[in-house]
Design a protein around this ligand. Sequence first.
Ligand code: GLU
Length: 499
Amino acid sequence: MKKENTSQEIRTRIAPSPTGPYHIGGARSALYNYLFAKKYNGKFVLRIEDTDKQRSELRYTQDAIDSLKWLGIIWDEGPDIGGEYGPYKQSQKLNVYENYIKKLLDEGKAYHCFCSAEDLEAKRQDQMTRGLAPIYDGKCSRLSKEEIENNLAEKKSFVIRFKVANKKVKFHDLIRGDVEFDTGLLGDIVIAKDMQSPLYHFVVIIDDYEMKISHVIRGEEHLSNTARQILIQEALVMTRPIYAHLPLMLNPDRSKMSKRKSDVAVLDYKKAGYLPEALINFMVLLGWNPGTEKEIFTLSELEKEFSLEKVQKAGAVFNIQKLDNINGYYIRDKSIEKLTELCLPYLIEAGFNVKEITRLKLEKIISAYKERLKKLSEIVELTDFFFKDKLTYGKELLQWQKMTDTEIKDALLLCDKIFDELDSEAGEWNIKKMEEALFPEILKFNLQKSYPENNKGFIMWPLRVALSGKKASASPFEIAEILGKQKTLKRIKDAINLL
Ligand code: GLU
């Protein structure tokens, strides 16, 4: 396979269509384009492919911009910042495309097609019943000049079709190697719905050419489009960029990832509490590997280490557990101040009164859960009990093994007594003091009740539930320390009252 070509100025681009929320697949392409340009001191371009007037919406352009900015994938030229080769929104350069359509028409390489949708459908059905491939039969390519002019004068609606030569299109793809397509089965393709409504295959060629794009790096789903696009390129005598088609992203069952089946909008990942650096790290490994055991990469490391030569052909399985693990790694890597800052919006959105507690306490809460957090959003469910006045749980949750209600009550009364004796004013309200005071008592308690001596669960379980209302939590002492003496004793009493 040929090497990455680095002799010319490297210019890459992404061309999102603003017809829906910005997609994780698009973001991976953006990342690879960005990294490739950075590595070779090139330029990375964002252009908005909003030729589909019905389906394009401004809010989705904004969504793409917000998603990319959040990820830190920043463009050198684009609709918001301009650049030498603008405009960077296709809807703003319809006249440019129109001129190219005219050129193709003048040169007889494209033609007006006046066939109605019903005609085309009838032809299609007929071809199918005769076992033929349903392709356009080229009827309007045979219209005389007069017929065309008459139709136009009558304002008959038309599309522009490009004459597809029956040949083999060959190109070299940096990832897939030599690729060959037979264009015989394509039929003449529609490149514009009218003179001011060009379609994707056509505009993409013109933009890549006019924006001097050196490398087109995009998803494998576009591989077959490349053949069509090359034909149009050749007809317009435009230079061909170097192509690289990235492997498909697959669900764990190896089906193709799609909007319907998977959670794919970038900003949904943000909402769920993934960190941008984790998503970047995860996405880059969807198809690329460094050839070493190393798995953790920052964006700036990737700007040096990434190469298209190490991109695989085979589909890349999107493993959400792996993303969670990487995210957990980046969460643990944060300072507690920073992590608190990141968790705060989730707590506020959940309606917790975070203003009532001190920053220090909040940091302690986050710190108690830092190790087990995989996503920022999980902080809500893990820590809700700190922010509640009263916990609600069934009394059966207080039971450890086969303890009776009376035994549970005794266990909690013991906790109440020991904790009450700690002098919080004198600085005794801390984990160490709690352990020192309670642990010897647990031994005695177990002996008295004929429980296995070293099983702390007979005290610690009911205590944990009394303080958190949960089966799993940070250590009860850690919770007690954060809650403070008064709240802790109140919760123990509430639990006793349940029995
Ligand atoms: N608008 C196309 C897409 O979002 C761009 C394809 C291309 O990169 O050529 O898939």
